[in-house]
Design a protein around this ligand. Structure first.
Ligand code: ATP
Ligand code: MG
Length: 172
């Protein structure tokens, strides 16, 4: 199905904003989401549920592996044949030696650090499978102690004026 990824990405982040607004437990982590999005509608062929699952996992990681009160920055832009999304946090970051492994099944940075956070180490492996299935790519850029940025690119064919099919009914 063709989905306006601008609207969908905003909608997924709106839910994370709503959770934080409703959250009354003072022990629950607080965060702020900043968005830098193109204003254009970007129609991309994806599975809405699977894409949502990927963004949910990256967002949950950004929250889980960041201290209280962190800022999460989401971006959406288009290039000539891709849409690119990114989610940045100001959290623990990932050690350089582990950067090549975090998309592996069951891999978790520093078992001791990860154990008390809960989780299986499958989230990013599944995310990568989904994004590759959609013809896209997922990668990470991270500095230990500073934060991480996860990027997703998906193939995108820009809609050009004059691309629409001639309306057959009008011609008959
Ligand atoms: P699950 O998602 O299955 O509940 P998980 O979060 O441990 O468990 P992944 O989402 O696959 O598993 O992430 C793999 C590992 O990569 C994590 O255990 C964590 O060590 C590291 N990681 C992922 N995202 C971040 C992040 N934003 N900041 C720091 N480390 C991260
Ligand atoms: Mg995870």
């Amino acid at each position: 199905e063709y989905v306006n990824i601008n609207e969908l990405f905003n909608y997924i982040l709106d839910r994370f904003d709503m959770i934080i607004k409703k959250e009354e437990d003072p022990k629950k982590k607080k965060y702020t989401i900043e968005r830098f999005f193109t204003k254009k509608d970007l129609w991309v062929e994806i599975d809405t549920d699977k894409f949502t699952q990927v963004i949910d996992n990256i967002m949950n990681n950004a929250i889980k592996y960041s201290p209280d009160g962190g800022v999460i920055t989401a971006r959406l832009l288009e290039t000539h044949n891709h849409v690119i999304m990114s989610i940045s946090d100001q959290g623990l970051g990932i050690p350089r030696k582990d950067l090549g492994h975090i998309f592996d099944r069951f891999f978790r940075v520093d078992k001791a650090r990860s154990r008390k956070q809960g989780g299986t180490g499958l989230g990013l492996a599944i995310s990568k499978e989904v994004i590759n299935m959609l013809g896209g790519q997922i990668w990470v850029d991270s500095v230990e102690g500073k934060g991480s940025t996860f990027y997703i690119s998906l193939p995108y064919v820009p809609y050009e004026e004059g691309d629409e099919w001639d309306d057959q009914e009008d011609q008959n």
